[in-house]
Design a protein around this ligand. Structure first.
Ligand code: ZN
Length: 341
């Protein structure tokens, strides 16, 4: 029988430690589906401001490499969550109550989610599994704080910097004073917005999900006109005639397939939230015509000129008040929803 030398005992012990390190992961306290694998405490700090926003990032490296980097004090950066591309596995590394270092001046009020991949190869890395996992996480972060979903839909361009007051879920590049470009032009914001709402993820909404009218071939009326204007805003050329004709159906199908939705040509709970675009004073174009035409249906009597001026803002506020919405004059999901009905 072979006796164990001191050296082989040390090897055996090291082997046991290695085995222990890959043992059943601890669950995350903030988000139970996630694995808890903390960042080094030198890479984050405490926070005093409330969490109001979520930041979408791309790792520009591997899942394992990112986790390991956030555990290395040389990093000086961290994120609350890291999501694996292949299967959507979620690792939490910083408690949401603490301030991870991921988006500079906006660290204090945001939760950061890193997505495994590279901005210049989105089709290889931004998988359905990862979109679904990330959207469910974002939905949880907002819902657990009673925050309304205001997910950026990309309508101003992938690298726009819309105000924090307009959207509470944006990319790293969409926050003020950033030098990073993630998640890049290949991140599908309309799809992500729909998934956060629970539209197509199959996970079901959380009670904040809106119900939308079903609109399809053969239908006529104002809500068809709204759909046609919105399709125009998204760049589809079709005639606005308030009649859901073949051209409209084809445009809807094309819109759906380019936004990761089932291309059935029917506008319902999944497609409406992807189609609608946040619209406010100073905006112009077909989306504004959609709003103005809808307001006239409710008796506003304004001109449908595609220019969102003070008269349109007043009419929006009046409409919002009449529907029991807060009268901020901004046409977001709730207001579009009331108009669509
Ligand atoms: Zn980033």
């Amino acid at each position: 029988m072979k006796t164990l030398s001191k050296g082989s005992l040390a090897k055996l012990f090291a082997g046991l430690c290695l085995a222990a390190s890959v043992q059943p992961a601890l669950a995350s306290a903030d988000y139970p589906p996630a694995i808890w694998n903390p960042a080094a405490s030198c890479n984050y700090s405490s926070r005093s401001a409330a969490v109001t926003h979520v930041t979408v990032h791309t790792t520009q490296g591997s899942y394992a490499g990112s986790i390991s980097w956030f555990q290395n004090c040389s990093a000086g950066v961290s994120a609350h969550y890291v999501i694996r591309s292949s299967d959507g596995q979620v690792t939490q590394m910083v408690r949401e109550a603490d301030k991870a270092w991921h988006v500079g001046n906006s660290n204090g009020y945001t939760v950061g989610i890193e997505h495994e991949g590279y901005v210049n190869n989105p089709s290889a890395w931004y998988t359905t599994a990862m979109y679904n996992a990330s959207a469910a996480l974002t939905r949880d972060i907002l819902a657990s704080r009673g925050l309304a979903q205001k997910v950026y839909n990309g309508s101003s361009g992938w690298n726009a910097v819309p105000a924090d007051s307009l959207y509470n879920v944006k990319g790293h590049v969409n926050y003020a004073n950033q030098s990073h470009t993630d998640p890049g032009s290949g991140w599908d914001w309309p799809r992500y917005k729909t998934l956060v709402a629970g539209g197509t993820s199959g996970g079901g909404g959380t009670g904040t999900t809106l119900s939308w009218p079903l609109v399809q071939y053969g239908n006529k009326g104002e809500r068809v006109r709204t759909i046609q204007y919105l399709l125009q805003q998204w760049g589809y050329s079709l005639t606005v005639n308030a009649s859901f004709d073949t051209a409209t159906q084809n445009a809807v199908k094309n819109f759906q397939s380019s936004h990761g939705l089932g291309a059935d040509g029917i506008v319902g709970n999944a497609t409406w939230p992807a189609l609608t675009i946040l619209t406010q004073q100073g905006d112009s174009g077909a989306k504004v015509r959609a709003v103005q035409s809808q307001l006239n249906e409710s008796g506003a009597g304004i001109s449908v000129d595609g220019v969102f001026g003070p008269a349109t803002a007043t009419a929006v506020r009046n409409f919002q008040t009449s529907k029991g919405l807060s009268a901020d004059g901004i046409v977001g999901d709730n207001t579009w929803n009331k108009m669509a009905w």
